[in-house]
Design a binder for this molecule. Sequence first.
Ligand SMILES: Nc1ncnc2c1ncn2[C@@H]1O[C@H](COP(=O)(O)OP(=O)(O)OP(=O)(O)O)[C@@H](O)[C@H]1O
Length: 676
Amino acid sequence: MNLGDSVGVLRGVGPKKIQALNKLGVNTIEDLLTFYPFRYNDIAVKNLEEINSQEKVTLKGIVASEPVLVRFGRKKSRLNFKLLINHDVIGVTFFNQPWISKQVTTGQELAVYGKYDALRQSLSGIKIISRKTNDFVGVYRSSKDIKESIIKQLVKQAYDEYNSYIKDVVPESIRIKYRLENRKQMIHDIHFPSTKKEADLARRSAIFDEFFSFEAGLQLLKRDNHKNMGLRIKYNNEKLKEFIKGLPFELTKAQKRVVNEICADMLSPNHMNRLLQGDVGSGKTIIAAIAMYATVTAGFQAVLMAPTEILAQQHAEKLANLFEQYGISVALMTSSSLSRVKVKRELLKHLKNGDIDIVIGTHAVIQDNIEFHNLGLAITDEQHRFGVNQRRILRKKGVNPEILAMTATPIPRTLAITTYGEMDVSIIDELPKGRQPVKTSWVKKKQVKNVFEFVKRQLELGTQAYIISPLVEESELLDLQNAEEVFEKAKEYFGSEKVALLHGKMDANEKEQAMQAFKNKEVSILVSTTVIEVGVDVPNATVMIILDADRFGLAQLHQLRGRVGRGSKESYCILVADPKSEYGKERMKIMTETNDGFLISQKDLELRGPGEVLGKKQSGLPEFKVGDPVVNLNILQVAQEEAHNVVFSPNFETKEENFELIKYLNRQFAQEEIID
Ligand SMILES: Nc1ncnc2c1ncn2[C@@H]1O[C@H](COP(=O)(O)OP(=O)(O)OP(=O)(O)O)[C@@H](O)[C@H]1O
């Protein structure tokens, strides 16, 4: 017997229930024991003086009238009686629970849980409370396939049978320091507390437990990264200085700092595993270029992976220009550039024999048959778009290449430790000189004509504009229809020779053509779906129109807006939307109030509410069961600090109080390997 046993070992759990539980994310006994209540009902008896109207409470008194049951229709009924509480009489009504009339007799003492109405002096009954139950009861998530009452029973059964197998992951000294319960007690109290205080303490312990185990895993990765001998990239400092001097602009202070951090990592024998965070347009690409240049001067190859073909193409073009005078060869590798057999064969040959110094590509780069001569540095752009596995495969391509991951801050600074805890972080917190904040406004749909007029006037000044077509969730086809519709309208209004269309269903060549036409100013307007979202850099474009802007997430709007304001000209972003909810309006307002990506991602998380915050997909954050990284940030930070101290202490593996933690981490990593 152990906590890894399937829930199928419990009495009364057959294939159907197993399936229903699995759907709720419960596969093992451990999952069930940590399937915590999401809230509690306080059914302790209250006095009339201490309660508010519309509150759900338990009231106890003497039944002061004969219960009267009235049935109407086939299934409907109403049961009425009076309850005498000290000197007050309140009316109690139960709807559609006729069997309750049998449990009520005049003169009897009775406790009823229900919703209290102060004005009417009445209680709308939910259930009769029998003496045996606890005052404080957990409420669990359930589904149509499995009722809450069954889940409760199973949790109880699992606890009774398995509690002696529950071991502590958080070392004792830390539990004592923060006055946390041991795991067995904590699991008991979080499911079956007798008071609110008990439940609160158990929950605090559970949050710590969860954050600590997670952070310990990340810290272990970090420690191993440090221990692993990395490559020593002995770049040519003179050449590097010349290269930086030769750039068309001076680096910002933040960029210089980051370059120094990266250079120090490369020179050190330790393995580099660094995350570069910087707001949209802060100049991350040039940092990548500098790091790649340095790598090549040391005799190694470098690769940069971008999340889209458009972006890979753009990077390849820019970097090829930049590196040309230094005799460095740059190759583009995407699914389309590799689709012609002959081209592919040549590319692979030159990559393997070291003729190619730098590769820019999409995930096509990590295909099995691609071999490098001596890969020294791997950079991923917008890394949240790459899965952990893709990152790992890339890592395996070289002996142990230095890793630099770049992201335009989808995650607030304080939260970066949750996902990137195993990485060292560099931040570009400054925009290049001369940038003006993008002026953002929000208009209603009926004003779209005025918006078009505004665009026209701006184009007359020689600038260019993007129009982003509405997004229809989960339907690329409808997105496309929308984009085509907007394209037609724009052609009608601005003249067909002025407008190009870009969408995800176009093949790489068509996309490239549309982008080139826009870059070369052959067209002044690019109508696009969100394929344009990340990284596209056309400094002459100064107007961004986003139609139905309320359908996009805040982080996405910020990314889209980041396509303008990339030069020194005044830039504008106009959000066209009729949001219905307050929440939707609030989001539009935030966009008009700030240009700070960190702040926006923080707001995005706050506005989504805890349930959604944990959605992996939207926020890039890992999922937790009880802990909410936004609400419980303090606990998260302390847990990270402690996990770091434990894992990095010299006697981590030999100290007895860490044994359970080590076992736990081994189990976790074993699971991950299977997925790999
Ligand atoms: N120090 C600097 N001074 C002036 N211009 C700069 C500087 N650094 C970068 N730029 C320019 O700023 C623009 C934005 O840079 P870049 O494309 O690297 O941004 P980014 O951080 O990758 O942004 P995004 O996340 O939006 O892709 C580019 O046109 C680049 O040439």
